[in-house]
Structures are given as C-alpha cells and as structure tokens.
Design a protein around this ligand. Structure first.
Ligand SMILES: NC(=O)c1ccc[n+]([C@@H]2O[C@H](COP(=O)([O-])OP(=O)(O)OC[C@H]3O[C@@H](n4cnc5c(N)ncnc54)[C@H](OP(=O)(O)O)[C@@H]3O)[C@@H](O)[C@H]2O)c1
Length: 389
C-alpha cells in the first residue's frame, strides 16, 4: 500500500531542482526543531537532519516555510496533550516515513512558498505564496519545509508579509469553524447581533473581534484591564475587565447576547449560558473542551464515549432552558482562508503580531507562549525576505 501511494510522487520540479542545485547540503534532510519525547522546553532539539518532506499523495504540496506562527496547542502538544488521538490519526507517510511518532515537529501556522505540487494539484503552482493552518496530526512548520494537502492551503494575502500572515491561519480557521460552522454566523446575518467573546486579547479573540466587527456585529469582550485599549483598537464595542471581581456580575447587567464565544473555559459554563437570549436560537460555543484530555486519560474508545456522553447531556440540559450548547474545534480549511484573505486585503482584518523570534530562538518563542497573557500572536521568522532559494 505504502509503495503504491509513493508511486504518486512526481518527478522533481524545475523549481525544486534549482533549489537542490543551489543548496550546499544534502537535500534529503533539512533543519527542523523536533521533539523526541514529551516534556518541557528541554525536549526541544534543533535537528540538522530532519526528514525532507515528500509528496505521498497526488493532492499534496511542499511549502518552503518563511514564517511559523505559534499557538497554545504547540505548548500542549510538546507536553503530550492529545497524543492518543493524534497518534491514531497520524499517517506514517506524512509524519516521518518510519511510522514512528517521533521525531515530531511543532508549529501549526505557516506562511511560505510552494516548491512542488502533486499531480492532481490544479489550483496552485510552484512559487505561489501561500498560508495554511496545519492539522495537529501532521508535521509542523518549525522546519525549513512542510508538506500539506492542497485543500488546507490558500494564497497568502498580498497585503501581508510572511511574518504577519503566519499570525493568522490557526486562530482564524478555529474562529471560523466556531463562529460560522458551529455558531451559524456569516457576513449577511451578523448586523445588530450581540456577541460576547470571553477572552478577547489572545490569538483567537483578536481575530474574532475583527471578523465579527467586519460583519457588523456588536461585540462585547472580556479581558484584563491592561488589554482594554488594545481590544478597543481592534473594534470591540464594550469591554469588561475580568480581573477586579466575578466577571459574570457586570456581564449579567448587560442586554442579553445572541452568541457567546468562550476562549477561557473552567467555571465559565456555570454562568455564561445565562447571558444568552433564551428561546431565540442563541448559542454558547466553547473552544475549551475535554475531548483530547478524555482520550489521553481513558484511551481513544472510552474517551470518545465519555466525550459524546458529556456533550450530549450538556446540550440537552441547556436545550430545555432555551439555549444551545456547542463545542467548537479547529478545522483546517483552505476555502475558509480564501475568504479571510479577502477580508485581510480589504483592510478589514489586521495581523496582530505581539512578538517575533528567529529560528534559533524557537525555545524562547515557546516559552513566551507558555507564559500566557498573550496580546495577539507569537511568530517565528524562518526565512528572511521573499527569495525562495
Ligand atoms: N478547540 C480547539 O480546537 C481550539 C483551537 C484553538 C484554541 N483553542 C483554545 O482556545 C483558547 C484561546 O486560544 P488562544 O490561541 O486565543 O490563546 P491565547 O493566545 O493564549 O490567549 C488567551 C487570552 O486570554 C486572556 N485571559 C486569560 N484568562 C482570562 C479570563 N479569565 N478572562 C478573559 N481573558 C482571559 C489572556 O490574557 P491575560 O491572562 O493577560 O488576561 C490571553 O490574552 C485556549 O484555551 C486554546 O487552547 C481551542
């Protein structure tokens, strides 16, 4: 089977050939930050000999990474979060050609240039500048190259540098999946809708504020007092400080909401659904779910059963009170990024890069993400300029 799939691998393209010619080192390896076991930042290793990605399916593309955005999931995955489910989903051909889980490369966001296309790839060509959010079961972008399915990739916004572009895909496709696919919102039905974002100052929040404002919604945000100006500049209409006391008290005094996007979790479920307009189709969508934690602790089968039982009972309980309870998940999507690109190039959404690190500083970049208190995104610049060889 593996041999059959590998037959799809295309001859080497002129662009890739030129790259191989101009490159001094042996090109079946590349530099990448990898982990060989789960743990703290000390498990990160800069490998000069990571496997060079290969096209194993005809719809795949190889992207030269110019910038990689980091997310809290990189820190979680470094520690083993989701290992049970993600290992099950990992394709040996795409992970490291040995079928082994390690060495594993982190990094879910990429902005770069297509170096090679599989035989069935029609929409992209070599040298296209692209951005993508990489599913957590694939090798990540803290490397010189990454292989992706063409349907996960989208042309990069022309108005953004690679560093800026790498700040958007993972949080954008997560917010899109939560707000559009799960929450039922779109550019034509948001006018005058009241939306509450719990946790507006981080990666998902800063993107969601801008997208909802572009669609005409009224957006209320919770954040720390020192982030108020920051979220207002992104468009938030009303800001509630969560640091001075129980945040549900000032929120309960406000007009009720059509949708709550919860980026915080914990005890928020105890009170956040009471803030919705009952019997009006209003929805609570949380991004903080126990799904991967359940499969890590109970095993995949029992974890999935436990997860299904939990979400069903909560959804039913809240349905009887006239509101909808939903879980939101990241979903890789080139088509969603195509729509987001238009909003970015129209000036409706800006990249919010809090700090940029060099490739040599990946451990410091992950340390920064791990400390929390994000005000936008942390990005690793892997290649300077726009030249792809
Ligand atoms: N389900 C999925 O597929 C999925 C996908 C992406 C993200 N997520 C989850 O979604 C959450 C948000 O992700 P992110 O990338 O936006 O994280 P992030 O960039 O780390 O941002 C989190 C933000 O929340 C603020 N915050 C912390 N406690 C708060 C509170 N009680 N009330 C209001 N704000 C608070 C933090 O700043 P201060 O601490 O300074 O206030 C920070 O700005 C994370 O839990 C992440 O794991 C889930």
């Amino acid at each position: 089977m593996a041999v059959h799939r590998r037959l799809f691998r295309r001859h080497i393209s002129p662009l890739a050939f030129r790259f191989l010619q101009t490159s001094s080192c042996c090109r079946n390896v590349m530099p990448a930050w990898v982990i060989d076991k789960y743990g703290g930042n000390d498990v990160l290793r800069l490998s000069k000999n990571a496997s060079f990605p290969v096209i194993s399916y005809p719809n795949e593309v190889i992207v030269k990474v110019f910038a990689a955005g980091l997310n809290p999931i990189d820190v979680s995955m470094r520690g083993g979060y989701g290992a049970a489910t993600l290992s099950m989903k990992r394709d040996p051909l795409n992970i490291n050609q040995t079928g082994m889980e390690f060495p594993l490369t982190l990094g879910r966001d990429v902005s770069g240039v297509i170096m090679e296309c599989g035989l069935d790839v029609k929409y992209f060509r070599e040298r296209d500048e692209v951005w993508a959010a990489i599913p957590p079961w694939k090798q990540g972008s803290l490397a010189e190259f990454v292989v992706l399915s063409a349907n996960e990739v989208s042309l990069k916004p022309k108005s953004l540098s690679h560093t800026e572009a790498a700040a958007i895909p993972y949080v954008a496709t997560t917010a899109w999946s939560a707000l559009v696919n799960t929450g039922g919102l779109n550019k034509d039905n948001c006018a005058n809708k009241r939306i509450l974002i719990l946790g507006g100052s981080g990666g998902v929040g800063t993107f969601a504020i801008q997208m909802l404002k572009a669609w005409g919604a009224h957006v209320t945000v919770t954040c720390a007092q020192n982030a108020e100006r920051f979220v207002r500049e992104l468009g938030a209409d009303h800001v509630v400080d969560y640091t001075t006391g129980p945040v549900e008290v000032p929120l309960a005094a406000l007009e009720k909401f059509d949708l709550v996007l919860d980026n915080i979790g914990g005890d928020t479920e105890r009170w956040a659904l009471n803030l919705l307009k009952p019997w009006s189709g209003a929805k609570y969508v949380t991004l903080v779910t126990p799904f991967l934690q359940n499969t890590d602790t109970l095993g995949v089968a029992d974890g999935m059963l436990q997860t299904a039982a939990t979400v069903t009972s909560k959804a039913l309980k809240h349905l009887f009170k006239g509101v909808h309870y939903r879980w939101g998940f990241f979903a890789p999507s080139g088509p969603a990024l195509d729509e987001i690109r238009e909003m970015v190039d129209a000036g409706q959404i800006h990249a919010v890069v809090e700090e940029t690190f060099s490739f040599a500083q990946v451990p410091q970049a992950l340390e920064k993400v791990e400390k929390g208190h994000a005000r936008g995104k942390t990005v690793v610049q892997i290649k300077k300029g726009t030249d792809y060889v």
